[in-house]
Design a protein around this ligand. Structure first.
Ligand code: G3I
Length: 367
């Protein structure tokens, strides 16, 4: 009886996956955009280990690229000074090979999610040793196995200056160039990227361009820049995004949108940000769509994605990948940030893997 119920549930879910609003087979993002750019998603451990039977079928149909949402971050992959935990990253590489999905390693150098042994480390030589060991070990292990690396993540402030971090404090302002130099030596076959949020904004973009020029002037390889794309559906900076694609392309590098999601919930602060350390407290007022998304907001989200993908297509020779930060709304980090316990709707698929009107709009651009 129990087996029968589970089987029926799986059958119904699989049917729902392949039947769309009009009983048609669901279109595929990666197939629709195959001549334009890669379509990626962030993956969590459950998805990498193929523990979710729906995701197992769904992800390879929709996506041609993947970035690990957390499992390659230093606190997980390098938990002790001499201790590495490659289990999930190895599984991710195998997953990419099995389904022909290009893996973007995320991330070698980031001030956040550092291992506990790094907390409060004062000695500059120790920080340098960690930095060198970490990049050499992790980048070398996955050389020829990942397609690319976010070598350095979020090193800039909003005004374009270098962020104060353990790396800038202890290694000095050249640490970004040095990270790329080490990554190039350890992982010569991988593309190497700088990744940040709000780096489409003019001041931060100027700092980002200066940083990239500095790497290039040192004779070190950088292949691309990632604009994360954590925007709000009601406030997408299309003009800044277009100018950024043009300006970054002038540096002779690829441009990618690496963590795309469009939040629809009220923001407790002015402006957009993605600093994971910023938090605010819950109130029902700040969680207005707990029981469903009104049509007017759904329409705004749809229009936002349509505008963005029109722009990406206009610059398809410059844009090499567009990665969503999560597969479906239920998995998005935006349900927990900057306020825990909210119901957000930032992606193209709903909590049951059903395509939303925004998905139809993105697909329609290719019909
Ligand atoms: O795995 C632990 C678990 O063992 C523990 O019990 C639990 C308790 O809170 O935490 C779990 O770790 C969480 C982890 O996600 C895995 O789920 C962390 O608390 C949580 O802070 C972490 O959040 C991630 C965040 O980066 C933190 O750095 C988000 O999932 C992830 O989406 C987000 O991704 C970042 C990009 O890497 C860089 N750009 C911004 C983007 C959004 O913040």
């Amino acid at each position: 009886m129990r087996t029968y119920k589970i089987t029926s549930l799986l059958t119904i879910t699989s049917f729902a996956l392949f039947s769309h609003s009009y009983g048609q087979k669901m279109a595929s993002l990666k197939d629709s955009y195959k001549n334009d750019f890669l379509i990626g998603t962030a993956l969590n451990a459950t998805q990498i280990e193929e523990k979710d039977p729906v995701a197992k079928v769904f992800i390879p149909k929709q996506f041609s690229a993947a970035t690990p949402e957390n499992i390659m971050k230093a606190e997980i992959i390098h938990p002790g000074w001499d201790k590495y935990n490659f289990d999930l990253a190895d599984k991710l590489v195998a997953y990419g090979k099995k389904y022909n999905i290009k893996i973007n390693g995320h991330t070698l150098v980031w001030h956040s999610q550092l291992p506990a042994f790094m907390h409060g480390m004062q000695n500059a030589d120790s920080v340098k040793q960690y930095f060198t060991n970490h990049i050499n070990t992790v980048a070398a292990r996955y050389n020829g196995k990942v397609f690319s690396w976010d070598v350095v993540n979020e090193a800039l402030n909003e005004d374009g200056t270098l962020r104060k971090s353990i790396f800038s404090d202890k290694l000095g302002p050249d640490f970004v160039t040095e990270a790329f130099r080490l990554a190039q030596a350890a992982s010569p076959d991988a593309e190497l990227y700088y990744n940040d949020y709000n780096n489409e904004q003019p001041a931060k973009r100027a700092g980002c361009i200066a940083l990239i020029k500095k790497i290039q002037a040192a004779g070190v390889r950088i292949d691309g820049v990632g604009i994360q794309g954590h925007w709000r559906a009601s406030n997408i900076p299309l003009k800044d995004i277009e100018e950024s694609i043009v300006e970054y392309s002038k540096l002779g590098i690829k441009v990618m949108f690496t963590e795309l999601d469009l939040g629809v919930l009220p923001n407790p602060w002015d402006g957009d940000a993605a600093d994971v350390n910023m938090k605010a407290t819950y109130s029902a007022k700040m969680n207005p769509y707990a029981n469903g998304l009104p049509d007017s907001v759904q329409a705004k989200l749809t229009k936002g994605y349509e505008d963005l993908f029109k722009l990406f297509l206009k610059y398809k020779t410059n844009v090499s990948r567009v990665t969503f930060w999560g597969v479906n709304d239920g998995q998005s980090w935006l349900n927990g940030w900057p306020i825990k316990g909210r119901t957000n709707y930032p992606l193209l698929f709903d909590r049951n893997y059903q395509p939303k009107p925004a998905f139809d709009a993105v697909i329609a651009l290719k019909k």
